[in-house]
Write a protein that binds this ligand. Structure first.
Ligand code: HEM
Ligand code: CU
Length: 562
């Protein structure tokens, strides 16, 4: 713990009020953000900013891919470059955008603030975990000099063993770096949440975002080493003449798929669980209502984490898996829908009868609900072996996972940014630009990814630069949607950069929220608190106490009319 070396004065009779003197410095300078800084808030911002930079890189690749696909012929990119863009687009969007933003960014910035701690348990380890990410990104970008990895973000052998060997090795090293980062970060989160809550915060007063990060971290710890093992074997096959995955030399390609998906299916929960955590914070605050089913939401995160470990082979229904396996993995996959449904219903129930403020944060949260339900349903169809056998590796899959990843993760990251930007910077974002951003994003996402389901059902294969002219019309729609999405980020980036210094000052608690992070200054001082907070009520007790902004939420104060 970092704070133990500081002179502290305790109200020891109570045991829960600790006053720290000599907090020397109030705030960091801009250049501190470019150094090996150990403050969790600096690290959180470093993760977020790096992620938003890579979002543009991955997004530019998406625009290139969609421009190529605007017509049936390959008139823009040569096929090898197309494959390299496609592979690195997926890799960057997952490993350098969603995961670092959702877990690294929000997790680091918020966890200590939400539990009344001054930092994470191991601040240096935390900084180290962050600094593994920039070199990973550089490796991916530099790999284009060697042709770029071309075998898709799954890097299935034997394809990955016979295309662009050097670039593929760089790709493997990049993923091992981000994987290591995620293992270190997860350890830190678990120890911090378990050990460093202020004594007055009971487990059932822990904000749901913290529960989500806890579940995410456990899952990352269990699954990431398996991916690392698979990738290191691949690296050996690529460079040192081994043949773990070379079929013609006695190797087995299906083993690679098991190792890969044992991590990469859970990886979708690594991306979505923190986002679910963000949803559980944003919705009650902007609906001015206690969250419905706190315990159900907390437990369902843990349930998703456990069941999520037993579903990986739904990606392998077409890899010669025996029927009993297809049956087992269909059933386990469908079971994940249950805890997920619990969450969705809890949020809808929270919205029900709430005094909803349609802030940009709330718009993105509601947009997420709509998109995610749609993506979840197409996921259920894919998880069912008989359906998947038909649409596997078609655009149906591409439509599905973009609904979940874009409609789920990206909308959630935006909801979180609009919600916590005032805490992070001390300034409000401009709401008009926020609404414009939301409208463009919502239209763009649906226009880009909805037609892909139809294309898939009609039989258009994925991962192709050239396609049958019968698919031209729907592809044009997708490409127009992609341009709308490209435009949609402009108001957001302008807003985020401009408001950082010029936005309306936010005050400490602009939304009148009840979680602990809103009890300290905006932006929080270097060690977060002058006086550690004392938890007197639950994080979502809107309208339940006379002193907590009753003017804002009259709902629960009066008995529900029935
Ligand atoms: C942050 C959001 C996004 C995420 C997480 C994401 C993720 C992915 C992933 C994992 C792949 C698979 C790559 C592979 O198979 O190796 C992929 C492919 C693709 N993405 Fe995205 N993507 C995102 C945004 C977008 C956007 C905005 C567009 C269009 C404007 C787009 C268009 C495509 C296309 C056309 C493919 C190729 C599909 C194929 O041929 O299989 N993606 N994306
Ligand atoms: Cu999966």
């Amino acid at each position: 713990m970092t704070q133990t070396h500081r002179p502290v004065e305790g109200n020891s009779a109570e045991g829960n009020i600790v006053i720290a003197h000599h907090v020397h410095q109030k705030a960091w300078k801009w250049y501190d953000y470019f150094t090996f800084n150990v403050d969790h808030k600096v690290i959180g911002i470093q993760y977020l900013v790096l992620a938003f930079v890579f979002y543009l890189v991955g997004g530019a690749m998406a625009v290139a891919i969609r421009s190529e696909l605007a017509t049936p012929n390959t008139d823009l990119l040569d096929p090898a470059l197309y494959n390299a863009f496609m592979t690195n687009h997926g890799t960057i969007m997952i490993f350098l955008w969603i995961v670092p933003a959702a877990i690294g960014g929000f997790g680091n910035f918020l966890i200590p603030l939400m539990i009344g701690a001054r930092d994470l348990a191991f601040p240096k380890l935390n900084a180290l975990a962050f600094w593994l990410n920039p070199p990973a990104g550089l490796l991916l970008i530099a790999s284009f000099y060697f042709g770029g990895a071309q075998s898709g973000w799954t890097a299935y052998p034997p394809l990955s063993l016979i295309t662009a060997t050097t670039a593929q090795s760089m790709w493997v090293l990049a993923i091992v770096l981000v994987g290591t980062s995620s293992i270190l970060g997860s350890l830190n989160f678990i120890v911090t949440i378990v050990n460093m809550r202020v004594p007055s915060q009971r487990w059932d007063q822990l904000p749901l975002f913290c529960w989500a990060i806890l579940a995410t971290s456990v899952l990352a710890l269990l699954s990431t080493p398996v991916l690392a093992a698979g990738l290191v074997l691949l690296l050996f096959d690529l460079n040192f003449g081994t043949s773990f995955f070379k079929p013609d030399a006695g190797g087995n390609v299906v083993i690679y798929q098991h190792l890969f998906w044992f991590y990469s299916h859970p990886a979708v929960y690594l991306m979505i669980l923190p986002i679910f955590g963000i949803m559980s914070e944003v919705i009650p605050v902007h609906a001015r209502k206690p969250i419905f089913g706190y315990k159900a939401i907390a437990y369902s995160s843990l349930a998703i984490c456990i069941v999520g470990l037993f579903v990986w082979a739904h990606h392998m229904f077409t890899s010669g898996t025996p029927p009993w396996m297809r049956m087992f993995f269909t059933i386990s996959t469908l079971m994940v829908a249950v805890p997920t449904g619990v969450k969705i219903f809890s949020w809808v129930a929270t919205l029900w009868g709430g005094k909803i403020r349609l802030t940009s944060a709330m718009l993105f949260a509601i947009g997420l609900l709509m998109m995610f339900v749609f993506g979840g349903i197409s996921g259920v169809t894919l998880g069912t072996a008989p359906v998947d056998l038909h649409v596997h590796d078609t655009y149906y899959v591409v439509g599905h996972f973009h609904y979940v990843l874009f409609g789920g993760s990206v909308f959630g990251i935006y909801a979180g940014i609009y919600h916590w930007y005032p805490k992070i910077t001390g300034r409000m974002l401009n709401e008009k630009l926020g609404v414009l951003h939301f409208v463009l994003t919502f239209i763009g996402t649906n226009l880009t990814f909805a037609p892909m389901h139809i294309l898939g059902l009609q039989g258009m294969p994925r991962r192709v630069a050239m396609y049958d002219p019968q698919f031209a019309y729907l592809n044009e729609l997708c490409t127009i949607g992609a341009y709308v999405l490209a435009v949609s980020v402009i108001p957001f980036y302008i807003n985020a950069i401009w408001s950082w210094t010029k936005g309306k000052p936010a005050g400490d608690n602009p939304w009148n929220a009840l979680t602990l992070e809103w009890t300290t200054a905006s932006p929080p001082a270097i060690e977060n608190w002058e006086v550690l907070p004392v938890v007197t009520h639950g994080p979502y007790d809107y309208g339940m106490h006379a002193d907590d902004h009753a003017e804002d939420h009259p709902i629960a104060a009066e008995p529900v009319a029935e």
